[in-house]
Design a protein around this ligand. Sequence first.
Ligand code: HPA
Length: 280
Amino acid sequence: MEDLASYGAEAARAAAAYIKQRVGAAWQTPVAGIVLGSGLGGLADRIESAVRIPFSHVPGFPVATVAGHAGQLLVGMLGGRPVVALAGRFHMYEGHDAALAAFPVRVLHALGAPVYIASNAAGGVRRTFSPGNLMIIADHMNLMFRNPLIGASEPGDERFPDMSDPYDRELRTLLHQCATSINVSVQEGVYCGLLGPTYETPSEVRMLERLGVDAVGMSTVPEVIVARALGMRVAAVSCITNKAAGLSPEKLDHSEVMEAGRAVAAQFESLITAFVQRLP
Ligand code: HPA
């Protein structure tokens, strides 16, 4: 068990102060903070005038462990707007508490980002989903059975955050508009977070389907909970990298999941760039 206070508001302010100091005079308040999911880190290369800070330099960040996660924080311009992006994230299946999984979002908030953009790789539970589909997250289900807000309430956090519309309606509409304008096809659906690191069994996938889940993954939920507790507006996109277990004859393999992410990366990058450009 990690010390929860280490991942609270004060630690986030310290991390933010370090990041601003590293960027120096070029610092501008970001219009959004972005977390790039597995296989989606290529968006980092579209960030101009980027200051790249390894996770290991950021006070309070542990070192990322999963292959394919570069573990860098980037500060720069995307679509002409200032952003902070994280290539890599901290997963609960690495043994981290929900509070640590969500800590980067606290840092993005402390840096002044009013909008949190999450992305992830996910398995398609909806039977019509195929690898390479992009799904705008409309809502989530927390089947991690952990919550990053458990413990003493952090200053600035809502104690009992409303979760009736965690994925901002207006931002979802904007994502759809951007997708149409750049000719990228998108779906919309419910993301379910599980702890992992095992992929699901076919029976679990059938259960998720009956519960109303469209895509399943091992991240994002703790981050979105903290973003909402802090009053940030949230937008999120899942990259469907595979049909969930049992829905195709294929076995699930992490390297294939990563490969499918790379195949749709260009569309994902164009969508997020257009979205950031048009953020209010
Ligand atoms: N299940 C859980 N997480 C995932 C999957 C999956 O099928 N694909 C990519 N991340």
